[in-house]
Design a protein around this ligand. Structure first.
Ligand SMILES: [Zn+2]
Length: 168
């Protein structure tokens, strides 16, 4: 299910045509894909009806096939979610953020964030590998800039005040 810039849609359809069948099936049956930003001044629109009760939302802001495949690989690899109440979702997100704050504090306290950077990069390198196999060319979204963003996020989380972490 796609809505948005038709140029992104053309690239999306092309990469789906190249996709291994299980990936293509998963994407078309569980994802709402929105293409935004290229030459866009803005628009308002409703979301299309999702293909299932708990659709995965994919937002694409470029026509680069490597990036499109990378994001679709995340969507394909994501575990199926069972429908949950909004409150349950919020609690799970809060618990996950608490765990990330605790891990960031431990990494910064030990002056060793490398293991946490590797852990955060794992799903990204996996999506890059799937996208590379899919397109038959190297897709690498995990360069120095991504590393620096992850380290900055770890330091931000470690420095966060309040009760985000379980040790406060
Ligand atoms: Zn990614």
């Amino acid at each position: 299910m796609f809505d948005g810039d038709p140029r992104i849609e053309r690239e999306l359809l092309e990469v789906l045509r190249l996709a291994p069948a299980p990936i293509a099936h998963r994407i078309v049956t569980t994802c709402v894909i929105v293409g935004v930003a290229i030459d866009s001044l803005g628009w308002i629109d409703g979301y299309p009806d999702p293909p299932c009760d708990d659709a995965t939302r994919v937002v694409l802001g470029c026509m680069a096939r490597g990036i499109i495949c990378h994001e679709l690989s995340h969507a394909w690899h994501r575990s199926p979610r069972s429908p949950r109440s909004p409150r349950c979702r919020r609690e799970r997100l809060r618990d996950a953020e608490r765990m990330r704050v605790d891990m960031a504090r431990a990494a910064v306290a030990n002056d060793d964030v490398g293991w946490l950077v590797d852990l955060e990069l794992e799903p990204e390198t996996m999506a890059d590998r799937v996208a590379s196999l899919w397109l038959g060319e190297v897709v690498n979204t995990c360069g120095a800039r991504r590393n620096a963003e992850i380290i900055a996020n770890i330091q931000r989380r470690a420095a966060a005040t309040g009760n985000e972490g379980s040790d406060t």
